[in-house]
Design a binder for this molecule. Structure first.
Ligand SMILES: [Fe+2]
Ligand SMILES: [Fe+2]
Length: 166
């Protein structure tokens, strides 16, 4: 193992711990343990600090034009190469929840790909994106810049449920 491999592994582990602890925090709230939920959120935030430090130590954060290019290719990889065989396997195994979560992600990555391309074009022209506030569907993660649609085009939930991202 080299340090760069170690940093990649540590970044992956800390990133997963962050998301897992946030899910555990929600569960702790549901189970009636708000202080435990707070602890999960605090440790999750600390894991983000670790993850970001590891990512920076491996040179994984570049300028915004380069970061957008990475984001565009990452989203494309996910919807074009990563998820299709995963969805097929989940369908073959009758894993309905996995089919749903992966199909949602696959469809939304296409949208993310387009949004990042739009941002990349703006930055290439020396501009920021416009002032439209991003919103996400809380069920599937469908993402828009500006007003929510009447219904989510990916999961069908009501547009009123979309969450603004400041
Ligand atoms: Fe995405
Ligand atoms: Fe949705």
């Amino acid at each position: 193992m080299s340090t760069i491999d170690d940093l990649k592994e540590a970044f992956a582990g800390e990133s997963q711990a962050n998301r897992k602890y946030l899910a555990y925090a929600d569960q702790a709230e549901d189970d009636g343990f708000p202080a435990v939920a707070r602890l999960f959120r605090a440790v999750a935030a600390a894991e983000t600090i670790h993850a970001h430090a590891h990512l920076r130590a491996m040179g994984g954060v570049k300028n915004t034009a380069e970061n957008l290019a990475d984001a565009v290719s990452g989203e494309a990889h996910e919807f074009a190469e990563m998820y299709p065989p995963m969805v097929a396997t989940a369908q073959a195994e009758g894993q309905k929840k996995a089919v749903r979560s992966m199909t949602h992600a696959l469809e939304v990555e296409k949208v993310h790909h387009g949004l990042f391309q739009q941002a990349a074009a703006a930055v290439k022209a020396g501009q920021d994106l416009g002032a439209a506030v991003p919103r996400i569907c809380p069920i599937c993660g469908h993402t828009v810049l500006g007003d929510a649609p009447d219904a989510c085009p990916v999961c069908g939930c009501k547009g009123a449920q979309y969450v603004e991202i400041a």
